[in-house]
Design a protein around this ligand. Structure first.
Ligand SMILES: [Zn+2]
Length: 167
């Protein structure tokens, strides 16, 4: 009995050693994969850092992290609009033409410049002058329209919806 018991113990120990070894190997291979992917991942983060970091957190140098909370306080549709306008990854003509190779030209229907977020939100798009005046009777900076308070951002999203443009 004693012998058998010891034998079982040895088997158990052997099994647990094998298991440990397997786990260790798995861990090693995971670490290896992570290390291999890290530079790629970091490269991606670095390349997209400025724009996307800004878009997600709303952080501009020296400013707090309230930007993220503000973006989160909007509804889903508004968040999407603001995010697209901030990053420039939107369905306005400039991005569609230059990045997505869709459409005949980046020029806005008004003929006065490339159709970008700045073009429609600020003073250059003559087609939207009335809308802009209705939403912002006074001049407001692009930064405030895209990175301001919840009220500012809601206003921008409402404006974008009112224009009927696909953002
Ligand atoms: Zn225009």
């Amino acid at each position: 009995m004693v012998y058998q018991k010891n034998d079982e113990d040895i088997m158990d120990r052997k099994k647990s050693n094998e298991l440990e070894l397997k786990e260790a190997n798995l861990e090693r291979s995971l670490i290896k994969t992570i290390r291999q992917r890290q530079p790629q991942f970091l490269g991606h983060i670095c390349r997209h850092k400025s724009l996307e970091h800004l878009a997600v957190t709303g952080k501009i140098e020296g400013k707090g992290s309230t930007g993220f909370k503000i973006l989160k306080s909007l509804n889903r549709e508004e968040q999407t609009i603001i995010f697209r306008l901030r990053t420039g990854h939107n369905r306005l003509r400039k991005h569609k033409y230059i990045k997505l190779k869709i459409g005949e030209s980046p020029i806005c229907q008004c003929g006065q410049g490339s159709q970008s977020a700045e073009h429609i939100l600020q003073q250059t798009c003559s087609n939207l002058a009335t809308f802009r005046y209705l939403f912002w009777p006074e001049l407001i900076t692009l930064t405030k329209k895209l990175y301001g308070t919840t009220r500012d951002l809601t206003q921008t999203a409402e404006f974008a919806k009112a224009t009927g443009l696909q953002i």
